[in-house]
Design a protein around this ligand. Structure first.
Ligand SMILES: Cc1cc2nc3c(=O)[nH]c(=O)nc-3n(C[C@H](O)[C@H](O)[C@H](O)COP(=O)(O)OP(=O)(O)OC[C@H]3O[C@@H](n4cnc5c(N)ncnc54)[C@H](O)[C@@H]3O)c2cc1C
Length: 454
């Protein structure tokens, strides 16, 4: 195991070719990185986007996380707009998204039966039926396609199959990044860098402070040939029998949310957001291999159980497990401000809020490391307590963080200032100009405390 390593090799210094010189390099092309790259490019920067895999989208495509959550405050106020809305519109145009119309966003059994198996419910409300709200079920391949279109249209220099390995730091400034490719190591030089790896690979390598967090790990999967109408009809006509079977299924998979199977835009294909596996380190190859074995076994057990016992699943087949393991939390930045669980739960508003999700606000300071002037982060590794991150890491708010980070680097470049000296009101103004909600104006249910608001 890596923690017991006692032997090391020393390598010789190498000459590494510089394959791009760019205003901004974004590392990681998940929801946050993609939004950051597009936003920076649209604001006039030359941008290089680096991604280790062959596709764009991170957890939203390779990780097959297939519902956009945390988009709504108080039932009807859509708070993740801007690039998120543009993305949803583009997905819809290619039949890659399904969500309830506003008139269906109600709390009653009729709407519950219509929308709950799409995952469009307010999981934070107690009592049944939970309210239906604006959340978007989407297709992972459509996500990849829309991402590519956006990146191409924005003129971003895309480099796939490029695994970031280390930051180039000179005089306390990140001057570029090094990645590993089939052709060997390559360098990209940049004036501004955005870490959107989800695991803080770049910022950690550059010397930024961080803490290690952990949460459940899940390789999600999809089943095909499911008669979803039959399964739903059984669920509502035999509620007690269904509940018993559902409880057994969750025991077989070994941990899952209540709604462990959801419909997808592909008829007969369901998304299984499970199993929940604990104790795995999402940074360790050994840990990930062990999780892979465990996950596969649990999926096979569930499939066998569902085929045998759950009406509608008799002919179900394994369509495929996600290409990427579902890692929710690893390194978390310790930045200029650390968002706490109390901040999230009490809906604390910050004067320097640059984006928001559900009913929580993200201060600009939570995207900035304490030490480096030209590095900003966007995504699930932002500066937040572990318990708070579990409540504030959904795809849409990560995209909004990326959109704000893209604006911030363009403002820093045009003013020649450090990222921490950027005028936050300018970021907020530009977010609004892009159709995004920076959270500068607190909603009626926000906690506004002047002493903490700056
Ligand atoms: C199982 C599971 C279920 C979830 N369910 C939901 C849900 O229902 N709804 C919801 O909205 N959210 C959900 N989430 C949360 C959400 O998916 C993530 O928090 C979100 O995708 C984070 O976006 P990100 O861009 O910060 O990171 P990621 O999506 O992890 O993207 C990071 C990107 O960086 C790339 N990268 C990483 N390291 C390197 C490197 N060294 N070099 C180059 N590239 C690199 C990765 O390949 C990836 O493309 C779920 C997460 C999991 C794991």
């Amino acid at each position: 195991m890596s923690e017991n390593i006692t032997e090391f090799v020393t390598t010789e210094a190498q000459q590494i070719p510089v394959v791009a010189q760019t205003d901004v390099v974004v590392v990681g092309a998940g929801p946050a990185g993609l939004s950051a790259a597009v936003s920076a490019a649209r604001n006039g920067c030359s941008v290089t986007l680096l991604e280790r895999y062959h596709h764009l989208g991170g957890m939203a495509s390779g990780g097959m996380v297939l519902v956009l959550d945390d988009m709504v405050n108080q039932g009807s106020e859509i708070v993740t707009t801007g690039i998120v809305s543009e993305f949803v519109e583009r997905l819809e145009r290619i039949d890659g998204a399904v969500y309830p119309p506003p008139e269906d966003c109600q709390r009653n059994w009729e709407m519950w039966k219509k929308w709950s198996r799409w995952g469009c419910i307010n999981f934070h409300e107690t009592g049944m039926p939970q309210p239906i709200l604006h959340a978007v079920a989407f297709d992972p391949d459509a996500w990849k396609r829309v991402s590519l279109d956006l990146v191409r249209d924005a003129g971003v220099n895309l480099r796939l199959h490029s695994w970031f390995s280390e930051a180039i730091v000179e005089d306390g400034k990140v001057t570029g990044v090094i990645c590993q490719t089939k052709l060997g190591r390559q360098a990209i030089k940049a004036d501004m860098v955005i870490d959107a790896t989800g695991d803080l690979d770049l910022a950690a390598s550059a010397g930024a402070s961080f803490v290690l967090g952990q949460y459940i790990v899940t390789t999600v999967f999809r089943l095909s040939d499911v008669d979803t109408a039959k399964a739903e009809a059984f669920e509502y006509s035999h509620p007690d029998e269904y509940k018993l079977l559902d409880r057994q299924a969750r025991r077989v998979i070994g941990g899952a949310w209540g709604m462990w199977w959801l419909k997808t835009p592909l008829p007969g294909v369901v998304w299984c957001n499970c199993p929940h596996m604990t104790g795995y380190d999402g940074l360790s190859p050994e840990g990930m291999v062990a999780a892979e074995y465990e996950g596969r076994e649990r999926m096979a057990n569930l499939l066998a159980f569902a085929r045998k016992n759950i009406p509608g699943f008799e002919n179900a087949k394994m369509l495929g497990a996600a290409e990427q393991m579902g890692i929710r939390q690893t390194r978390l930045l310790r930045g200029e401000y650390v968002v706490t669980k109390d901040d999230v739960k009490s809906r604390r508003h910050f004067a320097d809020s640059v984006c928001r999700g559900r009913d929580y606000y993200t201060p600009y300071r939570a995207l900035l490391p304490t030490s480096l002037d030209n590095l900003i982060v966007a995504g699930r590794h932002y500066s937040v307590e572990s318990e708070a991150q579990k409540l504030s890491r959904e795809i849409p708010p990560c995209m909004s963080q990326g959109e704000a980070a893209g604006i911030a680097v363009s403002l820093a470049l045009s003013s020649g200032s450090a990222l921490r000296d950027v005028d936050v009101s300018q970021i907020q103004k530009q977010m609004r100009a892009q159709g995004a909600d920076p959270g500068d104006i607190p909603s009626s249910n926000a906690l506004v405390e002047e002493s903490l608001a700056s």
